[in-house]
Ligand binder design. Sequence first.
Ligand code: NDP
Length: 341
Amino acid sequence: MSVLVTGCTGFIAQHIVHDLLEQNYKVIGTVRSEEKGDKLKSQFHNNPLLVTEVVKDIAVSHAFDALFEKHGKEIKVVLHTASPFHFKTTEYEKDLLIPAIHGTKSVLESIKKYGAQTVERVVITSSIAAVKDTSKFAEKDFVYTEDSWNPVTWEGSQINPQDAYRGSKKFAEKAAWDFLDENKNTVKFKMTTVNPALIFGPQTFAANITESLNTSAEVINAFLHSGPETDVSGLKNDFVDVRDVSRAHLLAFQKDEAIGQRLGLSSGQFNAKDLADILNRKFPQLQGTLPKCAGEGAYQTNPYARFDISKTKKILGFELKTLEETVCDTAAQILKAEGKL
Ligand code: NDP
């Protein structure tokens, strides 16, 4: 039996592939080019349990058909992580919404066509972005849960890249649940989504540290390099560590309690001052170089709308890493690569 991981060169997916190989699963990973596949396989020491297949663009129709024609019968689990996560576009439909939605529908259509009776579990990487109503962000008594959905409309997704991303995750996840509902008598698989907060933590391979990193790890990278006068007062969010997110993806298909669930993942909230305090304390060589985070009120740890994930915690049954652990491990890997540690 094999596990298909889409977008396996991604920040989260590399950890997932690592964890799957550790547990001796056979992994088929999609990559956008042969070169990317060869690099990834060599990073995993050409482990014979890992094969890669090129799926250049998940946005095109039937993107996964060739892969399923070749491997369909051996795939029992599908982890669909591939989706654009960046804000560097003004073409919101083309670059964010369509690939997210079509990619999700496309992999499910291929399962229906080639693996309706053989694929048993599907895990979709959704996001807190599909859950959270950002207009309630400052309401400290507001609680959202694994049952909540953001209120973004299709029209509202055309205004800025952040809302386009929120729309892309919401509409893609909804498309997946709708697909399952419409095809429940045809396909055998059970589905789970994973809805993580902003993900920090080290890259799977230190060699992947470059000047700029994937969107979420770049938050720490940029903070480390932004200088004492930078205004970072807007930096506050929910966070979770990438190693926990990977672990949750595996448990999502291994545990029956996860069937039909949306697994929310958040270790809690942070703001810029929390980052500065941890980094100054743990890496004294950074003192005087980081944003000062000084000023009236802006950097106080005000509680804001809370993501209650008690249901998920019960299902997963493990403790999520703390802010200190995830920030220190992220920063240490970057500082080491730069010869500063
Ligand atoms: P990355 O950008 O590191 O990985 C995204 C992966 O998807 C890459 O392998 C990328 O390939 C692939 N991909 C993107 N667009 C396409 C496309 N059109 N066709 C084929 N492949 C494509 O992001 P993350 O690992 O951070 O995110 C992975 C998933 O997790 C996404 O679904 C994201 O929405 C979700 N998520 C991420 C969070 C975070 O904070 N990081 C939080 C919550 C959810 P390539 O690199 O070759 O372009």
